[in-house]
Ligand binder design. Structure first.
Ligand code: ZN
Length: 129
């Protein structure tokens, strides 16, 4: 038997930084902890504030996946406005609500991999009166 790589010895190389980042984002994307891959593990993921990145990238995705291609169909320009809004708006809302937690999870995974924590001394915004 010839040994050609470390895997032949049962050894694997540690994942690269890109691999770890991708793995953390992938875990967050499916709703798991970016650190261990478990669903609920007690890891404080609130220390990685995604802020507006989740909604921003969700809007970017929905806009490019649904809205831009939708404008290429001729019926969208000729059908009554109420009918177009009544059919497209629920689909866009459902897609947005499905994507938002996944995109936010991926952002938290990215922040975890890059070790970008929020400022613990930052005060919360005052309540809106
Ligand atoms: Zn964990």
């Amino acid at each position: 038997m010839t040994i050609q790589s470390l895997t032949d010895l049962g050894l694997t190389a540690p994942p690269s930084r890109f691999g770890r980042t991708f793995q953390s984002m992938q875990r967050g994307l499916v709703g798991r902890c970016p650190r261990c891959g478990e669903g609920k593990c007690g890891n404080d993921n609130t220390q990685y504030p995604s802020d507006d990145a989740g909604p921003y990238f969700t809007i970017l995705l929905v806009g490019h996946i649904v809205i831009a291609p939708l404008l290429c169909f001729s019926w969208i320009w000729t059908a009554p406005v109420g009918w177009v809004i009544g059919t497209t708006l629920p689909a866009i809302a459902i897609l947005t609500l499905l994507l938002l937690p996944r995109v936010k999870g991926a952002i938290v995974g990215l922040l975890y991999a890059l070790k970008l924590k929020g400022d613990p001394s930052a005060e919360a915004l005052p309540p809106v009166v």
